[in-house]
Design a protein around this ligand. Sequence first.
Ligand code: PLP
Length: 403
Amino acid sequence: MQVIQSTKLANVCYEIRGPVLEEAMRLEAAGHRILKLNTGNPAAFGFECPPEILEDILRNLSGAHGYGDAKGLLSARRAVVQHYQTKGIDLDVEDVYLGNGVSELIQMSMQALLDDGDEVLVPAPDYPLWTASVALAGGTAVHYRCDEQADWMPDLADIERRITDRTKALVIINPNNPTGAVYDDEMLRGLTEIARRHGLVVCSDEIYDRILYDGATHTPTATIAPDLMVLTFNGLSKNYRVAGYRSGWMAVCGPKAHASSYIEGLTILANMRLCANMPSQHAVATALGGRQSIDDLVLPGGRILEQRDTAYELLTQIPGVTCVKPKGALYLFPRLDPKVYRIKDDRQMVLDLLRAEKIMVVHGTGFNWPEPDHFRVVTLPTTEDLTDAVTRIAHFLDGYGQP
Ligand code: PLP
């Protein structure tokens, strides 16, 4: 008898590690060197683990082999509470859940919230795990448009238009993956006002909150709307460059009295997975306190900032390619002018690029962007590798899909 995939997976997709990556791996196995610009995984591009984080993990390793508290190590949760308290957000250790990366917590937040047919407002473009997690939980991701002409700011009127009596939550990704947009307080007020008016849970994914350029500042959504329940997601993967240690947290901010059954659901799910990876939880307090080594990488003279600038300058020199300069996060999301490049299938386009030039990027529709006219580049490789990659992208695009 055939073993067939569950229908639950019918609308679940995660293209960042999809068929294009499989083809890249086939090419690598055949002996080709592939420059992979597809994942925001700092370690893959030579970024070391900050020594203080490594030390905390190593010193605690021999005692961290048992199951821990399902919600997380008390000292880690306390550090998360204190971190948000310094930003004026009132929290209790019971409001914090540690997870195996933000990814696990995103899925738990949706599994505990949604019934079949419930709707969640998710940005387009988005980090596609949000859409996939909504679908896996039986819900429907309803995509609201972020406006490239307005530096990728969410279109508030579009959000408003898409609300129905099934809408339960509003997802905000700030700083945004893939666009690099960073929202100002006025935008956050506009977004949270919609959630307030329609009784929506706000899910605020802030995993890039310290990866900011050109003087941009980040405001946690929960500080803008202390009267709303805001699930705030963050972790160690990006700001501290230890994605493989799988460590993230979710802080349930704001009033909760009306949400006791939902919170009970979250706790059931946390209990079911027993606990999050214990060794890395010992590093959370150290990570959040003290000097932030990420500043050395994103402030003037920093490696990541220079890489963003190089990639931006080279990409926007390609005829028919434009790009909003990112103010945060680790990506560029350039646009291919449809009058210059007649691309019908952008996944095919990135496959063609991979086979021709041995460069891997992710197509825009993989981020639930509706038109086949964007792709995403990671700004983590060295300037030499980025220069090489963009030169090859330019070579590939020359003549591609032109009438
Ligand atoms: N949220 C966003 C916006 C991301 O870009 C990513 C990873 O790229 C994640 C969450 C997942 O992070 P984690 O490694 O903590 O699971």
